[in-house]
Design a protein around this ligand. Structure first.
Ligand code: NDP
Ligand code: MG
Length: 379
């Protein structure tokens, strides 16, 4: 039986991955979370999972007190040990943020396939992650719907003739807003995504278009494309999940209902496709397919991500960390919506990028950028 280890099991991706495993008949050999010990306990019970790791120490202690039959692990070292002990055929990384970097590296060392949702890993440490995956012969299959779409479009056609990637973006809840209108956006408004129900961090990233910026960098590493060959196109409705253009000007697209279990299942069962009971696209109800250019003046985060990607080295890592902190501050209510790109830009302006080929350089850049962002962008 195929064994799967699910990182970030208590989150939106993690819970959908559990559902996919159940429907596909895969065994879950380990689960991890940040601090939701009650959620993890329930998952271990419901899915008969033998190993569970919690990043937070108090949460780990609380889990132990419950005397679960699952073996418990605590802290980042515990998460890494849990991944090693799982002996999983596939590791799903559904952790949010750069906290997923070390687990990604461990998954690459310990397993033959990484189903990667944690895009921040590739943004912050893309070069290191791809090099390690090659060295350890680990296949990275994207879970992000856009990258899964591209991966599926390329499956039979190869990358040889690929000339352009079109990454589709829903445009988020504020599509068409002016900079002035964006200044009055509240947390409650930003947490309402028009097409997807997701964790709070990625929902805010979708509202600022930083999510698409992170995905541009993710695509650069997964598909080896130059930034000029990756075009973002706003496509409200999220029907076309992304497109590839070949050198003969033929374009292939992947379509489907917005249900993350579809790309998740594909990442787990590839190259097979299994029947399921997930949402079906009702082709008659799609209406017209609209494609628009993104407004990078109003949605500055997308432009900043292209700038960070082109600067290279530690710059994408710094941009990502500054974004994580800025989004955290917005959710706490201490800054406004349009302060997010301003803080990121200030942190990026003050950073001199260096090579990002070692984990120390990456973790150092990440923590310095977080401190700078918390200080309003001042170093
Ligand atoms: P959620 O916030 O719903 O879940 C995040 C998970 O990560 C939770 O299990 C959480 O545990 C865990 N976690 C948080 N902090 C840490 C930490 N420091 N160490 C270890 N684990 C931690 O996020 P999503 O599921 O929405 O997103 C996960 C990733 O997938 C993100 O990178 C996102 O960009 C990407 N993604 C998500 C999509 C979606 O539809 N949700 C679509 C495409 C990509 P706890 O519950 O204890 O806090
Ligand atoms: Mg996506």
């Amino acid at each position: 039986m195929t064994k799967v280890c699910i990182l970030g099991a208590t989150g939106s991706i993690g819970r959908q991955a559990l559902d996919v495993c159940r429907q596909a008949g895969y065994a879950v050999s380990g689960v991890t979370a940040g601090s939701d010990h009650a959620g993890l306990l329930e998952i271990c019970r419901d899915y008969g999972v033998p190993r569970a790791a919690l990043h937070n120490k108090e949460a780990y202690d609380a889990f132990i007190r419950e005397k679960s039959s699952a073996k418990a692990y605590g802290g980042i070292e515990g998460i890494l040990e849990c991944i090693r002990d799982c002996g999983a055929d596939i590791v799903v990384n559904g952790i949010v943020g750069s906290a997923g970097i070390l687990p990604t590296l461990e998954a690459i060392r310990s397993s033959g396939r990484l189903a990667l949702a944690n895009k921040e890993t590739l943004v912050a440490a893309g070069s290191l992650v791809m090099d390690m995956a090659r060295a350890h012969d680990c296949m990275i299959i994207p879970v992000d719907s856009e990258h899964s779409a591209i991966f599926q479009c390329l499956a039979d056609n190869g990358r040889k003739y690929l000339s352009r990637i079109y990454l589709t973006a829903s445009g988020g809840p504020f599509r068409g807003y002016s900079i002035d209108q964006l200044k009055h956006v509240t947390k409650e408004m930003a947490l309402q995504h028009p097409s997807w129900v997701m964790g709070s961090k990625i929902t805010i990233d979708s509202a600022t278009l930083m999510n698409k910026g992170l995905e541009v960098i993710e695509a650069r590493w997964l598909f080896g494309m130059a930034y000029d060959e990756i075009t973002v196109v706003v496509h409200p409705g999220s029907i076309v999940h992304s497109m590839v253009e070949f050198r003969d000007n033929s374009i292939l697209a992947q379509l489907g209902a917005p249900d993350m279990r579809i790309p998740l299942q594909y990442a787990l069962t590839y190259p097979e496709r299994k029947c399921n009971n997930y949402k079906k696209l009702d082709i008659y109800k799609t209406g017209g397919l609209i494609f628009e250019e993104p407004d990078t003046d109003a949605f500055r985060c997308l432009a900043l991500a292209y700038e960070a990607g082109r600067a290279g080295g530690t710059m994408p890592c710094v941009m990502n960390a500054a974004n994580e902190e800025a989004v955290g501050m917005f959710l706490e209510g201490s800054i406004g919506f349009t302060d997010i790109p301003e803080i990121i830009e200030r942190v990026m302006d003050a950073h001199e990028p260096i090579e990002a080929d070692g984990i120390e350089a990456i973790l150092e850049a990440d923590s310095a950028a977080r401190a700078a962002a918390r200080n309003g962008g001042r170093i």
